[in-house]
Design a protein around this ligand. Sequence first.
Ligand SMILES: [Zn+2]
Length: 165
Amino acid sequence: MTRVSADLKSIARALPVATSPKPGNDALAGCPVHELRAKLRRSGLRPTRQRVALGWLLFAKGDRHITAERLYEEATGSRVAISLATVYNTLHQFTQAGLLREIAVDGSKTYFDTNTTKHHHFLIEDTNQLVDIPDDLVEILRVPQALDGMEIASVDVVVRLRRKA
Ligand SMILES: [Zn+2]
């Protein structure tokens, strides 16, 4: 008995120690809904049912660019009872909390980007689809001085693409 437990101890010592990639991992880590609730809380947002439902549609499918109208269609298609106004409000709350980046492509279309790291975009004109351009592929050579009393917050490049004739 003693011998067996001693063997187990030496085996345990020989095994590589499992290291968590980031702090805060717990028994429920890996449960997507739990992680989504934790993500909302970390951003200072109470994980209400509607925020979790929209967060699920936004963040569970990898990086995406989506308009409020499209997200509203997805929500109602998934039988989430929600108004377009609530979708707008929630998207702006997520943006203010740093979970989304807002991209105004022209006067009428605003996209919400789940990739909040610094990057630029292709806009495919006939489909209105945004495609990420890594930051290091765009070199901005000259930017005018900010207006008096202001500073440049960011410079976003949208490269418009159309199909060759
Ligand atoms: Zn993007």
